[in-house]
Unconditional design. Structure first.
Length: 186
């Protein structure tokens, strides 16, 4: 019983418990207290004679270390890759280096289709439920019109030029003009 009594005593020194209505919060605070006491016992703070003062100092140092680790870096330290989404932002390398390959994890709008004005209607994802509301994001009603129609936008793709980082469709009408533009520069 000595170990249980000492653990309860150490947890009672600096308790994080508060009165709650939710049932999981007291359990969370109990586990947090147990973890903090165990960390204190495993640390080098326990070698001192007066354990209550060192326990308090351990908690203060832990809090300070957690606050220091949670500070954000200024924006100047964050570096992002340049975003190129225009077909005019070509990197002039030999044509053999430019390849159409999967570059993006999220779909991007095809730059060539946007510039050429080749917009398609968004695909219909099946029948809608009867008497359900229509989302304003999926349909568009032009002014002075009583009919609803789907919004048109450029096709999206995960493929693009390996050198220029420009998103292109896998269609020849998007990729071949890019290669022709590279050949004309040479």
């Amino acid at each position: 019983m000595l170990g249980v009594d000492l653990a309860d005593q150490r947890r009672s020194y600096y308790n994080t418990q508060r009165p709650y209505v939710k049932t999981w919060k007291p359990l969370w605070h109990f586990l947090l207290d147990v973890i903090l006491v165990n960390c204190f016992l495993l640390s080098s703070y326990t070698s001192s004679n007066n354990t209550r003062d060192t326990h308090k100092q351990f908690r203060k140092d832990l809090r300070q270390a957690l606050f220091e680790q949670s500070t954000r870096l200024p924006r100047e330290y964050k570096q992002k890759a340049p975003v190129r989404y225009s077909t005019s932002d070509i990197l002039w390398y030999p044509v053999d280096n430019h390849k159409l390959m999967k570059l993006f994890t999220k779909q991007k709008f095809c730059s060539a289709c946007i510039e050429a004005g080749r917009e398609t209607r968004t695909p219909h994802r099946g029948r809608r439920k009867a008497l359900s509301k229509l989302s304003p994001n999926t349909v568009h009603r032009p002014r002075n019109s009583k009919s609803w129609k789907r919004r048109s936008r450029a096709p999206r793709t995960t493929f693009g030029c390996s050198v220029c980082q420009i998103p292109f469709c896998r269609k020849d009408e998007c990729w071949l003009p890019h290669l022709e533009r590279l050949n004309s520069k040479d």
